[in-house]
Write a protein of this length. Structure first.
Length: 415
């Protein structure tokens, strides 16, 4: 018997001859492309067990977030909406729907996102442009779009955070060999980031600009952008930040006021400093073990709108340093487990997707805690899984589903 495998042969019944199947030379990375409308079942769904450790951490953070949201908001909800359960009930519905979405997405093949990147990009840019002319916001803020008939509002910037991850992960994975070049590895991805940030800036949404820029910069750095060019760009950003701090009047009125209030601790104690001062009082009152769940005093209309950006101050007051430390540890575990899943993936696109998603959560968490502790000016950045917001929690749980989908393909031992 010959040691060399022969190509398959096909018998031609009409000609009574046997003809050999022509050899097709395939590259090492050959994959058969299919039209999105002709996907097989195996292309849509992914097999394998998901990463239980990552799933458990997400559920733990979401559960604690719901409990703390109710504890922090029932006085304000009663005063404003005549129901102590108003924010909790709304958020519970969003979380319930988000977990269902997360589980469904975890079973879908994450590569579908790569095939849908262009429609996703077009829709996101359209929404970012639409909100500038059609919005429900008050004053100069143009952040929310209201869906007619059903009356639900959402922020296109929350969708933009995910879209830029998909777009840059796809671009970098296709051009990774040229990422050290000036044009392909620095100018083009930076141009994509600037388009997103520019549209969000026109909404007067500085926190969204900061987050999208940081997410994009993280992906560029992890994707292999030339470190010298990256360092030069980082230096320009630092110089810009220093300039804004020295001359805060160059920013929009509300942003400049927040920078002044951060620099001068005696600045408008009943105005621009009110929220931050009461946040610090809450954190200081918590001491080591906290005053106990539900026993916060600052949530009684001192920390205004505690369901949003400053919910962590109420967490510190009620749970103390120990409780806050445990929550921060859970966020750290989420990030580290996500990085582990990313490193186990054999697909560069998947690796960058996971890095982008968990980096978004980490960056947002860090910036929120820095704001609450008065380490940086008030930027209006929410705390992931804790702060009230339908679009935010739905998008976050959707992204967690993407990470779980990727974890099913890593062939790692499931915990």
């Amino acid at each position: 018997m010959s040691e060399r495998l022969e190509p398959p042969k096909r018998y031609d019944r009409d000609k009574k001859t046997v003809r050999e199947e022509p050899e097709v030379k395939k590259s090492k990375y050959y994959t058969k492309s299919r039209n999105i409308t002709k996907l097989k079942t195996t292309d849509i769904f992914t097999l394998g067990g998901m990463d239980i450790a990552f799933f458990a951490i997400v559920i733990a953070i979401v559960t604690i977030g719901l409990i703390m949201l109710f504890s922090a908001t029932y006085p304000y909800a009663l005063q404003k909406h005549r129901s102590s359960y108003f924010f909790f009930k709304q958020q519970f519905i969003y979380v319930f729907g988000g977990i269902i979405i997360m589980m469904v997405v975890s079973k879908l093949d994450y590569r579908l996102l790569r095939r849908l990147r262009l429609p996703l990009l077009v829709v996101t840019l359209f929404l970012l442009a639409l909100v500038l002319v059609y919005h429900t916001s008050v004053g100069d803020f143009k952040r929310w779009i209201k869906i007619p008939i059903i009356g639900i509002t959402f922020q296109p910037s929350d969708i933009a955070k995910f879209t830029i991850i998909v777009v840059l992960a796809d671009y970098i994975s296709k051009n990774y060999k040229r990422m050290n070049k000036m044009y392909d590895g620095f100018a083009k991805p930076l141009g994509i980031i600037i388009v997103f940030c520019g549209l969000i800036f026109l909404e007067h949404h500085n926190s969204g600009v900061i987050l999208v820029f940081c997410i994009g910069a993280t992906l560029m750095f992890c994707g292999g952008s030339n470190w010298k060019l990256f360092a030069l760009g980082a230096g320009c950003v630092v110089a810009l930040v220093v300039f804004i701090i020295l001359y805060p009047d160059v920013m929009q009125h509300y942003a400049g006021e927040r920078i002044k209030a951060w620099l001068d601790k005696s600045y408008e104690p009943l105005g621009a400093r009110w929220q931050t001062n009461n946040s610090l009082y809450a954190i200081g009152s918590g001491n080591f073990f906290g005053v106990g769940l539900g026993n916060s005093k600052q949530k009684f209309l001192y920390v205004s709108e505690p369901q949003n950006d400053f919910i962590f101050s109420i967490v510190c007051e009620e749970l103390g340093f120990v409780g806050a430390g445990v929550i921060i540890l859970l966020y750290a575990m989420l990030f580290l487990r996500g990085i582990y899943i990313a490193m186990q993936s054999k697909d560069r696109f998947a690796t960058l997707m996971v890095i982008g998603i968990v980096s978004q959560v980490a960056i947002q968490t860090i910036l929120n805690i820095l704001v609450v502790t008065d380490t940086i000016p008030n930027t209006g950045i929410s705390l992931p899984f804790f702060s009230y917001g339908g679009t935010s929690i739905l998008m976050l749980l959707f992204e967690m589903g993407v990470v779980l989908s990727i974890s099913r393909t890593t062939n790692q031992r499931k915990v």
